[in-house]
Design a protein around this ligand. Structure first.
Ligand code: FPP
Length: 241
């Protein structure tokens, strides 16, 4: 694989924990628990394969609508994940970046996230993005509000607003846009994930249920990406020259 065919930023819609649990005759939360193990495997696979940015859709703004017991279990898993993985992030020199409406998360999670972000903020080679209480439409609304406020304060001229400025107000302002978006479990929706940032991303639909996701499937996605030709609106001939 030539280096220029390696995605810099891979974003993943982790799906299929519930179905995995059902297939194994286990409660849904066991699927999420195995899903958290898959997160650890995936992080290692990304780093081992030279992917510098990995963003995982861990909890959407819509996920609050799940039964309270499942929401609580997901928050507990996240809490444990952050506690156990912080030393690993530091060892691997991986910066943690949270994207989403932070302040609506439980206090103890916010505290852990702040601690983990602060402890890893100086690392620049690898970034793990965790989308928590994330929704692309919410993100765009938050950006629009900030831009409107800046315009009202006279700090920004609406006539000069362009995508580069808009981008500065997205949660992902300090990350490159994803080159490759993976969705597991055979579903083919974007589910309100990084809609603006993924405008030119390649999409890989994996049949694997998230708890079974491993380095082999990560490599399959990288190989599929390497075989594609990104044209950004140009013709195939223009790309050759
Ligand atoms: C989708 O499976 C997955 C989620 C809603 C949450 C993702 C959470 C994890 C992978 C575990 C915890 C994460 C971290 C970072 C520790 P689903 O429940 O929608 O599956 P289904 O569609 O088969 O029911």
């Amino acid at each position: 694989m030539t280096p220029d065919k390696l995605p810099q930023h891979v974003a993943i819609i982790m799906d299929g924990n519930g179905r995995w649990a059902k297939q194994h005759g286990l409660p849904r939360i066991e699927g999420h628990r195995r899903g958290a193990d898959a997160v650890k495997r995936c992080l290692k696979a990304a780093q081992a394969n030279g992917v510098t940015h990995l963003t995982l859709y861990a909890f959407s703004v819509e996920n609050w609508n799940r039964p309270q017991s499942e929401v609580d279990a997901l928050m507990d898993l996240l809490d444990r994940f952050l506690r156990d993985q912080l030393p690993e992030l530091i060892k691997g020199e991986i910066r943690l970046r949270v994207i989403g409406r932070y302040r609506e998360l439980p206090e103890k999670i916010q505290t852990r996230l702040r601690e983990a972000e602060a402890a890893t903020r100086h690392f620049s080679n690898y970034t793990l993005g965790l989308a928590l209480n994330y929704g692309a439409r919410t993100e765009i609304v938050d950006a629009a509000k900030a831009i409107a406020q800046a315009a009202q304060a006279g700090e920004l001229n609406p006539d000069e607003l362009d995508y580069a400025t808009l981008r500065q107000h997205l949660y992902t302002r300090d990350m490159p846009d994803p080159d490759l978006v993976i969705r597991t479990s055979g579903e083919s929706r974007l589910s309100n994930f990084l809609l603006l940032q993924s405008a030119y991303a390649e999409i890989y639909l994996s049949p694997v249920l998230w708890p079974d996701f491993d380095e082999a499937e990560f490599k399959n996605a990288l190989a599929a990406y390497a075989a594609r030709e990104r044209r950004y609106g140009k013709t195939a001939e223009q790309l050759v020259h």
